[in-house]
Design a protein around this ligand. Sequence first.
Ligand SMILES: Cc1cc2nc3c(=O)[nH]c(=O)nc-3n(C[C@H](O)[C@H](O)[C@H](O)COP(=O)(O)OP(=O)(O)OC[C@H]3O[C@@H](n4cnc5c(N)ncnc54)[C@H](O)[C@@H]3O)c2cc1C
Length: 395
Amino acid sequence: MDLAMDKATAKRVEGIRALGASQIRPLGLEADRLGRPTPPDHAFFELLLRAGQGRTRWTGEEAPASSEDEGARVGSSRTVLCLAEEMSYWDRGVAVSFPGPGLGEPPLLSMGTLDQKQRFLGPFQDPDRPRWGSFAMTEPGAGSDVAAIATSARKDGDAWILNGAKSFAANASRADWIVVWATVNPKLGREGHRAFVVERGMKGLADFKVERKMGLKAYESTSFTMSDCRVPTANLIGGEEHYATRAGFKGAMRSFNATRPLVAAMAVGIGRAALDESLCFARENDLLADSRIRDRLERIRRRLRVARLLCWKAAWLADYQRPNILEASMAKATAPTVALEAASLGMEMLGEVGARGDHLVEKLFRDVKAMDIVEGTGQVQRIVMARKLVGLPRD
Ligand SMILES: Cc1cc2nc3c(=O)[nH]c(=O)nc-3n(C[C@H](O)[C@H](O)[C@H](O)COP(=O)(O)OP(=O)(O)OC[C@H]3O[C@@H](n4cnc5c(N)ncnc54)[C@H](O)[C@@H]3O)c2cc1C
């Protein structure tokens, strides 16, 4: 595994750093102060588009890059992780608000037909305006236990009828489409799952409500309902044949294996910001003469670097088409914990300054908690890893 950052990635990270200081962090602080997401018509999103952001990773080919040659490199997840970490250093909420297909992209890339990629990812190749995609698995009664989703899908001629409610879907109310997971039969558990692209304006898609969150306020996490929502059969991702085996559930899990290291890298970014701000506070307040404080700060830096290496290993395995379930879980279980510890140490050092609620470390402390929850909680990752350690199947 090559640990060096290639020149092109380093240049892009530098670009994000400049944008971070001038735009991303100020926007994140503003959203936090106002307690609402950055509106979709904000000039910042147009600026991002002109800078080449908001695009799909889909190259226009039918299948995602793959190779007959097992072990050949097919992706550049490391670059994506480095950019995500840097964006999150400046503000993770703003990073998630960036236009683009978002978490809806991995299932379309891995399971979608060429027609579906053209219809749903095509507009993101050279977008004419800021566009968003969304991903909705979680429901009021189904979070970690995704097998419990109750949104129903019933076939009716040339359409599927969806009924149910989803919650906490990122950017859902501004999205062109939402990848919605539903079940054809709850008794089948995960084997009954199907993924649909529900397009904005489809009849029955309604009740969008931006959730209140303790942190990460710059992007919307949204609940919505589907009442007899008629979705054309052409929007069932992968078509019916795709679900003849257990592939339906595996599709969702494959998506998570790709996105867990990404979320973990974002946590590393927040942790780094908390460490830098804590160091700055300690320096300004003559706290660095205390060896216990120096020791605790150093321990955080060391553990953040370890977490980053775990993220990179998971990404490297994915790029070389090797199984990465364990490494993706390790990264996801480790990085948010260290990042939370970084913010927590900062809060301890700040004392009453932190308690006033207007210091960046206090905001990071609120932002970072969600990183242990999204894309599979830390507890759930530990269950997955422990089962793997003793040779039990995943579930
Ligand atoms: C900021 C944010 C953004 C999100 N974005 C999205 C999104 O874009 N799309 C989407 O679909 N969802 C999204 N979610 C939802 C997220 O995926 C769920 O919150 C997560 O899966 C956990 O589900 P839950 O909140 O229902 O908690 P629960 O599953 O009810 O878990 C509650 C607690 O119990 C623990 N627990 C659960 N099962 C077990 C077990 N078997 N053994 C031991 N402990 C267990 C958990 O670790 C947790 O601590 C988002 C959530 C947040 C907070």
